[in-house]
Write a protein that binds this ligand. Sequence first.
Ligand SMILES: Nc1ncnc2c1ncn2[C@@H]1O[C@H](COP(=O)(O)OP(=O)(O)O)[C@@H](O)[C@H]1O
Ligand SMILES: N[C@@H](CCOP(=O)(O)O)C(=O)O
Length: 327
Amino acid sequence: MAVYTDVAADELADFLNQYDLGELLSYKGIAEGVENSNFLLHTTKGSFILTLYEKRVAKNDLPYFLGLMTHLAEHGVSCPLPVRAKDGEALRELSGRPAAIITFLEGVWPRKPNATHCAGVGEGLARMHLAGANFAVRRANALSVAGWRPLFDAAASRADEVQPGLRAFLAAELDYLSGGVWPDNLPEGVIHADLFNDNVFFLGDKLSGIIDFTFACNDMLAYDVAICLNAWCFEPDHSFNVTKARAFLNAYGRVRKLSEAEEAALPLLARGAAIRFLLTRLVDWLNVPPGALVKPKDPLEYVRKLRFHQSVTSVRDYGLMPSGLVA
Ligand SMILES: Nc1ncnc2c1ncn2[C@@H]1O[C@H](COP(=O)(O)OP(=O)(O)O)[C@@H](O)[C@H]1O
Ligand SMILES: N[C@@H](CCOP(=O)(O)O)C(=O)O
């Protein structure tokens, strides 16, 4: 998260009067993350997170995110719960933005994830996929193949300022991925779509909860696996860590087994997952709003990840035997 929209103390106190959350004791903006404005609130009834939804979030989608958190929590996933105001509504408006308060989740996101964390995420992701199976509401993935071209168009003219040749590299990859190769027959369901290490909390080595459902949608479950491979299984020097990947994939597979078709599609899905985050990061890198409390994320990290997946021919390179047996 970040802070794009400031909230004054008296405005917040008025806002909180709509809830049964006691008196405001203190609040502060959270400098982490890049998408929305987030504040940690301390009231006489405890700690809460206030989110003001910003740029990439469509107001119409908010009931999906809030409903999904409630559904997942009811089905055994540890995640924040939306807090309803006195009128029963969780989604409100503050400082001209859609806003919601969610419960505070204990835990710390891992700054240096190890293979045990990766296994925890694999298991947690698979459990989330199973828990989402009977969520009745649907939301298409706005950031799948069709959503990548507009991002490219928004950044293309300045892409080479970030790295010479980046524009041509992205154009070629986009042409390839949108040229009919993208799978359309893999199992679908609710995916988190942004399960990076700053969205997974641990207490010790044990996963304590999953946050940030603002990209959640219905899409291929294996695409979520690919997003996590990228987010969790590379080192700070951008080399791929096959031990982490094996730990992640095997833990996922113990809860929800990937089909052979899903395994075979993983390299392609990982390329798609890489260009999706490369493009949003590039757009954000080139358009930091003046005065915003935000640290944009490095798009070039994802160029290196994408190049790695371009060289992958089999799921063996991710530490799995093609049959799904442990390598
Ligand atoms: N329910 C929560 N409980 C505790 N901390 C939270 C919670 N939600 C968010 N945070 C804190 O805010 C940070 C950013 O949240 P995140 O949802 O990732 O932001 P964004 O809306 O920008 O994607 C997290 O890394 C965490 O420190
Ligand atoms: N995970 C994305 C950025 C958006 O997620 P946030 O949770 O950090 O706001 C990336 O790494 O590009």
